[in-house]
Design a protein around this ligand. Structure first.
Ligand code: NI
Length: 159
């Protein structure tokens, strides 16, 4: 496993659409392992492959709960319900936080890393993370949908 270099604000790749994964081969498995390691290293709750420079529809999310990291290949949001106003940030936009409106609940269909087709109903933070990361796969970033006037720059505490 390896830490991959993150792509940051201003990098044109973040605006590109990622391609479907056809075959879950060794290369994809390595990508997934590296994405999880990279997400953990930077204390993120989610990461899309495009953020490490790979235009494939792969997302990892970890809420640091009992579920552990969840791997989504070719995720598709089938249904959304309600709204939640939430604070959001992104590893590609360090130290920037803002309020956004996300669905309160989503139903997402995806393929797991074993190649099994799955469906998941998610709410709260997990629903938010799924929406944020699937946006990345379509070249969309959270700063394009923030509530006006809510963007804040917060430097991390010095340790
Ligand atoms: Ni992000």
């Amino acid at each position: 496993m390896a830490i991959r270099n993150l792509r940051y604000e201003g990098d044109e790749i973040l605006k590109k659409r990622s391609r479907e994964v056809d075959v879950i081969d060794e290369k994809i498995q390595t990508l997934i392992d590296d994405m999880i390691e990279t997400m953990h290293k930077y204390n993120g709750v989610g990461l899309a492959a495009v953020q490490v420079g790979v235009l494939k529809r792969v997302v990892v999310i970890d809420l640091y709960d009992d579920n552990g990291p969840i791997v989504f290949i070719n995720p598709a949001i089938l249904k959304t319900k309600g709204e939640q106003e939430v604070d959001e940030g992104c590893l590609s936009f360090p130290n920037q936080f803002a309020k956004v409106i996300r669905p309160a609940e989503v139903v997402v269909e995806y393929i797991d890393r074993e190649g099994k087709k799955r469906k998941l109903k998610a709410k709260e933070l997990l629903a938010q993370a799924i929406c944020h990361e699937t946006d990345h796969l379509n070249g969309e970033v959270f700063v394009d949908k923030i509530l006006p006037g809510t963007l804040e720059y917060i430097e991390p505490d010095k340790e």
